[in-house]
Design a protein around this ligand. Structure first.
Ligand code: SAH
Ligand code: DHB
Ligand code: MG
Length: 218
């Protein structure tokens, strides 16, 4: 089925997304600089753009920058005066992302903070709150990241968590893959958290079979 999923994503991209030099060059630059090809797909990037606009997002937080492909989609959704903070562990990824932001002409809206996201988040105090949060880093930390998104957000904040299905791996209750353990802990946390309304949507496409959590702070 994977080939058909890819072919349908190609069809969607050709009809609804069109050519985009800055985003295409971002993926080429990422590959040249040996970043893994684990960015969101083009259709998913456009979905993030649309969701951020629908939410009226003015301050966006992203956890997990890589080469900034998703970051560029999100930054483009911001109104004049809007801003985005993106957190990345690897200095090399951040360097590549900065090149991509310059080429996409979105650098003035974006601040990258390099280091473990848990540390960057803990250091965020007294900063303006975030109204939209995209979580896409180390999956074992997803419970902490959602807790921090609630702390740094407020009523109405949108929270999206990528990669919560993993080819059905989420069903493996006895997995020793810490990404799956972390994802299952995330679902347990969401099911018990009275501050969030949440759902999860499975996806197929260029990135295989996966899915994302969509949540809103009450
Ligand atoms: N959001 C990107 C893809 C992110 S891939 C896109 O769709 O284009 C996941 C990224 O999270 C990688 O760059 C990885 O280095 C980073 N990461 C992993 N562990 C992290 C941590 N503890 N803190 C911050 N970033 C982390
Ligand atoms: C992985 C991480 C991602 O964010 C993703 O979208 C796909 C794969 C990974 O760590 O393997
Ligand atoms: Mg991801």
């Amino acid at each position: 089925m994977g080939e058909r999923w890819q072919a349908v994503d190609d069809y969607i991209d050709a009809r609804l997304l069109g050519d985009d030099d800055a985003l295409a060059t971002t993926l080429v630059n990422n590959a040249e600089q040996r970043l893994p090809p684990i960015d969101v797909s083009a259709a998913q990037g456009k979905m993030l753009f649309l969701l951020a606009q629908m939410a009226g997002a003015r301050r966006i937080l992203e956890i997990g920058t890589l080469g900034g492909y998703s970051t560029i989609w999100l930054a483009r959704a911001l109104p004049d005066g809007g801003s985005l903070v993106t957190l990345e562990l690897e200095a090399h990824h951040a360097k590549v992302a900065r090149e991509n932001f310059d080429r996409a002409d979105v650098s003035d809206k974006i601040e990258i903070r390099v280091g473990p996201a848990a540390d960057s988040l803990a250091a965020m105090d007294g900063e303006a709150s975030f109204d939209f949060v995209f979580i896409d880093a180390d999956k074992q930390s997803n419970v902490l990241y959602v807790e921090e998104a609630i702390r740094l957000g407020g009523p109405g904040t949108t929270i999206i968590v990528d990669n919560v299905v993993r080819e059905g791996g989420v069903l493996e209750a006895n997995s020793d893959d810490e990404r799956i353990v972390g994802t299952r802990a995330l679902f347990d946390m969401l099911s018990a958290n009275p501050r969030l309304d949440a759902t999860a949507i499975q996806t197929v496409g260029a990135k295989g079979w996966d899915g994302f959590v969509l949540a809103r702070v009450r």
